[in-house]
Design a protein around this ligand. Structure first.
Ligand SMILES: [Zn+2]
Ligand SMILES: [Zn+2]
Length: 456
């Protein structure tokens, strides 16, 4: 074994199991989730390998979170220390990667994040804040990266990540997941393909129940890898959920450890961030080990879960034919990504709007949202979001949020700011937010307190 591995050739690892954070004692997203993974990694001596460099996670700042999310009422109300360290773990590896200390990195962190949308009223799908989205915005703010890809390989649709980048042509979001008609969160169909300014930059493949390694590798080889080749991203992030595994108790897929490790090897992400995976004893330790070895360029062929028998996992020809059809459909969509006539759309409308109904399964909140995107000829356009959250108890919360993209133009900023001021004066909203990525300032106003503050 090469004991003189150059630092810049190492794989960075952050391990943050959050042993003090859980949803409830019996919930699948509980403290023990990474316990067996920890034992496996230490038993195999992975942290001592010359190819591996371990990093201690730092905390993300409140501003790192406010750059991505509109947390209601404020960031401090939506996060615990565990959330700050989990998100911070991904940022720690981003800094190491950008400093040239490592060639790639895997943040094995929890709590997870990919169901957290831009506006956050509570926890949904075990997530309050979106670790990958915070990471993307951090990389864009601090390292001026432009084109970033997030490939979400969790069995659940990454609806939060999709929501956050739906109008952003520079962030390509690709998710394959179990069909939303059979699994939470019930979204992620092929027609969810991005807003008019970012059409085709959201790609979804809803896979049939029982999809195997063969199925996911067909999607990878015939859709994801060719699309990445054309998109030419500055950076690839893998939202690395591992609940497509055949023994996962929350879903119905047939993917193996070898299937996941090979996926990682081919995709070759710069940064991988752990999402789901709930077969905590029978699969997760092997899946994580396989991914670490693949990222470090090492042989992973011996990492096999104990209850796997060759030949036990097959999918029908009909299901495979469905996957081939889906890949063709999504590939066609990608090929037509530049066919939207934005100029014609702008000539007719100043804004594009969409209505959303969002259910927070963990916290029992129903949210109604109207999101308006300014169709601006000079920048990505600002977002104006009106959201009302109905909690089981208490009065509904009504908020207005204005959000400026990184490339926000002068006119969008002025117009959004005046909407913010009018929103405060009107007294219709419990909270009003101004999220300005250009100046990196995040303001909030509380009507009850008649007070404005800044997230720092
Ligand atoms: Zn999941
Ligand atoms: Zn603009």
């Amino acid at each position: 074994m090469n004991r003189n591995c150059k630092k810049s050739e190492q794989t960075g690892l952050v391990f943050f199991p959050a042993f003090d954070w859980r949803i409830t004692p019996t919930h699948p997203e509980r403290e023990e989730r990474l316990l067996y993974t920890r034992d496996q990694i230490f038993e195999e001596g992975i942290m001592d390998l010359p190819q591996i460099r371990e990093y201690k996670p730092r905390m993300a700042s409140f501003k790192d979170i406010a750059r991505t999310h509109i947390c209601v009422p404020g960031v401090r109300d939506q996060v615990t220390e565990a959330h700050l360290i989990s998100a911070g773990g991904a940022l720690t590896l981003a800094d190491a990667l950008m400093a040239g200390e490592i060639r790639n990195g895997f943040a094995m962190i929890r709590p997870p994040g990919h169901h957290a949308m831009r506006v956050v009223h509570g926890n949904r799908g075990f997530c309050n804040i979106n670790n990958e989205a915070i990471l993307v915005d951090y990389l864009r703010k601090h390292y001026r990266l432009k084109k970033i890809v997030i490939v979400d390989t969790d069995v659940h649709h990454g609806d939060g990540t999709q929501d956050i980048f739906y109008h952003d042509p520079d962030v390509l979001f690709i998710s394959f997941h179990q069909d939303g008609r059979t699994l939470f969160p019930g979204t992620g169909f092929t027609n969810e393909a991005g807003g008019p300014a970012a059409f085709g930059r959201t790609l979804n493949v809803p896979m049939p129940v029982g999809t195997t390694d063969e199925g996911i590798h067909y999607i990878l080889d015939n859709l994801i890898l060719p699309v990445l080749e054309e998109f030419q991203p500055d950076l690839i992030i893998n939202s690395a959920g591992q609940d497509n595994h055949f023994s996962d108790p929350l879903a119905n897929m047939k993917v193996t450890t070898q299937g996941y490790a090979r996926l990682n090897e081919k995709l070759s992400p710069d940064l991988a961030v752990l999402e789901g995976g709930y077969a905590i004893e029978t699969a997760l330790p092997y899946l994580n080990t396989g991914i670490i070895l693949a990222m470090a360029g090492m042989d992973y062929s011996n990492v096999v879960e104990p209850d796997y028998r060759p030949g036990m996992l097959k999918m029908s020809e009909e299901k495979m034919a469905l996957i081939i059809e889906l890949v063709h459909e999504v590939r066609t969509l990608w090929d037509h990504r530049n066919t939207i006539d934005l100029a014609a759309l702008r000539a007719k409308n100043d804004f594009f709007s969409r209505q959303k109904t969002i259910f927070y399964d963990t916290d029992g909140i129903n949210e109604q949202q109207t999101e308006r995107l300014r169709l601006c000829p000079d920048c990505g356009g600002y977002l104006s979001i009106v959201s009302q959250a109905y909690h089981y108890h208490g009065a509904p919360q009504n908020i207005l949020a204005l959000s400026i993209p990184f490339n926000g133009c002068h006119e969008c900023r002025e117009e959004a700011y005046s909407e913010y001021e009018v929103g405060i004066d009107k007294k219709d909203y419990d909270y009003v937010y101004f999220q300005d990525r250009v100046s990196d300032t995040y303001r909030c106003y509380s009507r009850e307190k008649d007070q404005e503050w800044e997230e720092v």
